[in-house]
Design a binder for this molecule. Structure first.
Ligand code: NDP
Length: 297
C-alpha cells in the first residue's frame, strides 16, 4: 500500500483563512482586534524563530500581537508581575509564555499564574483538568491540530485502536485524552513500554511524539494504519555541513505500509500555530460574550 500524504500545511492554511474571516467579524462586533501576548525570556535561537513565526501569523490573521522580550536573567518576580499585568489587560485575549524558560525560572509556577481563560496554550492545570473531565477549556495546540487532521481524514474515530507514543504534558497526555474523547481505545506508550513494535502493530491510529529521529519503523505498522508524526528532529543531511528535518517515524518505510501519513515538515507543525490563533480567537469571542460557532473552526 502507498500511503496518502496528509497535507497539514494546506489544512492549516485553510483554517487560517477561516480564522482571518472570523477575526474581522470579531473586530467589527467588539470594536477592537483579538489580541495575543507572547512572552520570550532569553535568546534561545529556536524559541526566537517560533516567536517570530507566531507574531507573523497573528498579524497575518488580522489580530493584535503583543511581544514581550525579556532578558535571560529576568527574575521570577518580574516575570510573574508581567503575567499579572497581561491577565488584567483587556486588550489581551491569549497569553503564551514561550518554553523552555531559563533554568533559574520555575515554569510550572509561571504557567499557574496565567489566567486559565487566557491560557491559549492549554497548559494550565485547570485546562488540563477540564480536558480530562470533559469540560470546556483550552486544549494544547499540537494535539488539537492532530485531532483535526485525523477527523478530516477518517471521519468518525469511534472504536478505533489508537497508540500514542510519548506521555509529555504538552503532547502525549492531552493527545490520549482527545482520542479517548473521540471514543478510541487508547494505549499510551513510553520509554518503559515493553515490545513497542507489537503495541504499535495493533493500532489503527499511531501518533508518534517521542523526539527520536525515525524511530518508528514501517514494518511495525498494521497495514492501512493512519500515522501522525509529531516529531521534529534536525539531523545531518547527505550534503556536508547541511541539516534537514525528520520526524519520529521512518517516513519512507511507513509510507509503504500506512494508509495515510503526515510528512515532516508540512504535517503537524503548521497546525500548531493555526490552532494557537484559533484558541486566541475563541478566547476573544468568549471574553466579549459574543456568539461564535466554534465547530466552524
Ligand atoms: P518529551 O521529551 O517531553 O517527551 C518524549 C516522550 O517520548 C516521553 O514520554 C518519553 O517517555 C517518550 N520516549 C522517549 N524515548 C522513547 C522510546 N525509546 N520508546 C518509547 N517512548 C519513548 O517530548 P515532547 O512531547 O515535548 O515532544 C515530542 C516530539 O514532538 C519532539 O520531537 C518535539 O520536537 C515534537 N514537537 C512538535 C511540535 C509541533 O508543533 N509539531 C510541538 C511539540 C513537540 P518517558 O516519559 O518514559 O521518558
Amino acid at each position: 500500500m502507498t500511503a496518502v500524504i496528509i497535507d497539514g500545511k494546506g489544512f492549516a492554511e485553510r483554517l487560517r483563512g477561516r480564522i482571518g474571516t472570523l477575526a474581522a467579524q470579531f473586530e467589527e462586533q467588539a470594536g477592537r482586534k483579538a489580541g495575543l501576548a507572547v512572552v520570550l525570556v532569553g535568546e534561545d535561537p529556536a524559541s526566537q524563530v517560533y516567536v517570530r513565526g507566531k507574531h507573523r501569523a497573528t498579524v497575518g490573521a488580522g489580530m493584535e500581537s503583543f511581544e514581550h522580550r525579556l532578558a535571560a536573567d529576568t527574575s521570577q518576580a518580574d516575570l510573574l508581575a508581567l503575567v499579572e499585568r497581561l491577565n488584567a489587560d483587556d486588550a489581551v485575549d491569549g497569553i503564551l509564555v514561550q518554553l523552555p524558560l531559563p533554568d533559574h525560572l520555575d515554569e510550572q509556577a509561571v504557567i499557574a499564574a496565567i489566567a486559565p481563560e487566557k491560557d491559549v496554550d492549554g497548559f494550565h492545570v485547570i485546562n488540563a483538568g477540564r480536558l480530562a473531565t470533559g469540560g470546556t477549556g483550552f486544549v494544547p495546540c499540537t494535539p488539537y491540530g492532530c485531532i483535526m487532521l485525523l477527523r478530516d481524514r477518517l471521519g468518525d474515530l469511534s472504536g478505533m485502536d489508537a497508540v500514542v507514543i510519548g506521555r509529555s504534558n504538552i503532547v502525549g497526555k492531552p493527545m490520549a485524552q482527545l482520542l479517548l474523547g473521540e471514543n478510541c481505545t487508547v494505549t499510551i506508550a513510553h520509554s518503559r513500554t515493553k515490545d513497542l513494535p507489537a503495541v504499535v502493530g495493533r493500532a489503527d491510529i499511531v501518533v508518534a511524539a517521542v523526539g527520536r529521529p525515525e524511530m518508528v519503523k514501517g514494518e511495525w505498522l498494521k497495514d492501512g494504519a493512519t500515522v501522525i508524526d509529531v516529531g521534529i528532529n534536525r539531523v545531518a543531511a547527505s550534503e556536508e555541513g547541511k541539516t534537514r528535518l525528520v520526524g519520529d517515524v521512518d517516513f519512507g518505510g511507513a509510507s509503504e505500509r500506512a494508509g495515510a501519513i503526515t510528512p515532516v515538515p508540512g504535517g503537524v507543525g503548521p497546525m500548531t500555530i493555526a490552532v494557537l490563533l484559533r484558541n486566541t480567537l475563541v478566547s476573544a469571542f468568549r471574553r466579549e460574550g459574543l456568539e461564535l460557532d466554534e465547530s466552524a473552526l
